[in-house]
Design a protein around this ligand. Structure first.
Ligand SMILES: [Zn+2]
Length: 313
């Protein structure tokens, strides 16, 4: 078993690490990298820009690191065809369709590359190394700019037929689909979970109610200090999460859910309201039997999942 290079790709940043087979991060780098090329007029330009950006970042990191790695695993924000590393589509990179990301990147840096959806990578990391370790099945939820979901079913990652399973943030949690007066989501629908329980939704709702700009961390602190508006917005986030988890459990009957991401920092407020709503909405035989755990991997779940999918031969 060798060390691998893990990459966690965001819209504007690139996080790289050398990770050993036990899941220890030996070396790490974070860099700014804009993946979307706003001037791109064709998918060919957009694809070339992504390959160049990722290859250059990886080469620069390996050149300065005292560790080496023979293979690469990557979490990427988009939908993938199974384990092929072919990107079916990415909401933030609309020019790309059926883009063989893993193959082209592998050709460029001359090392084997495996790529998977970023939220599914976080689920794999949490299952292999974190709060979900030892469970046969796991639903992992990421609460960041958006709300993501990844599913491990009978010890195996489940991405769905088109790589689009577990779009947990886009479960409708409030109004009927006929009513377009709810909160508009980036996906075009209204009242998706993401419009209440993401860090950006909490920030937006606080600004709407108070006229003040803040960030999720400060809103949590305000709630701890007794601010009623901050408390109600975070309690709402927990309620809606509990409702969405309850609906998911009705379909999947799994007993362990883990949560990571920036908004999980508000755990002391979110978790109690989440559990109350979850138990109120579960079917009776399952009440009290679903465990919702905070990630034990800080913000490393995605990175460790990326390491887990890297080829290790
Ligand atoms: Zn949505």
């Amino acid at each position: 078993m060798n060390n691998v290079l893990a990459a966690d790709i965001g819209g504007t940043n690139l996080r790289l690490a050398i990770i050993d087979p036990q899941g220890h991060i030996l070396d790490e780098s974070r860099m700014q990298a804009e993946l979307s090329l706003h001037s791109a007029e064709s998918h060919i330009q957009a694809e070339a820009h992504i390959i160049t950006t990722l290859s250059d970042g990886i080469a620069a990191f390996l050149a300065q690191s005292s560790y080496s790695a023979n293979s690469i695993g990557m979490g990427f924000p988009g939908f993938f065809h199974g384990e092929t590393g072919v990107l079916a589509a990415s909401p933030n990179l609309p020019l790309l369709h059926n883009f063989p990301l893993a193959e082209l990147l592998s050709n460029s840096i001359e090392k084997p590359v495996a790529v998977q959806n970023d939220a599914l990578c976080a689920a794999i990391g949490e299952h292999r190394f974190g709060a979900g370790k030892g469970q046969s099945s796991l639903l992992h939820i990421t609460l960041g700019t958006g709300v993501g979901g990844g599913l491990i079913l009978n010890h195996k990652p489940y991405g769905g037929e088109h790589g689009m399973a577990m779009e947990f943030g886009h479960l409708c949690v409030e109004q009927s689909i006929q009513n377009n007066n709810g909160r508009l989501c980036g996906c075009g629908n209204h009242d998706c979970l993401e419009t209440y329980a993401s860090a950006s939704a909490v920030v937006q709702r606080y600004a709407e109610k108070t006229g003040k700009a803040s960030n999720a961390r400060d809103i949590f602190q305000l709630a701890c200090d007794g601010d009623a508006i901050a408390t109600s917005i975070l309690t709402d986030a927990g309620d809606y999460l509990g409702k969405a988890i309850a609906e998911s459990i009705k379909l999947m009957d799994i007993s362990t859910v883990t949560i990571s991401g920036g908004l999980s920092g508000a755990w002391p407020i979110i978790h109690p309201s989440l559990m109350e709503t979850l138990d109120a909405n579960l079917i009776p035989p399952l009440k009290g039997k679903v465990h919702v755990l905070r990630s034990t991997l800080a913000d490393n779940a995605g990175l460790l999942g990326a390491a887990a999918i890297a080829s290790n031969s």
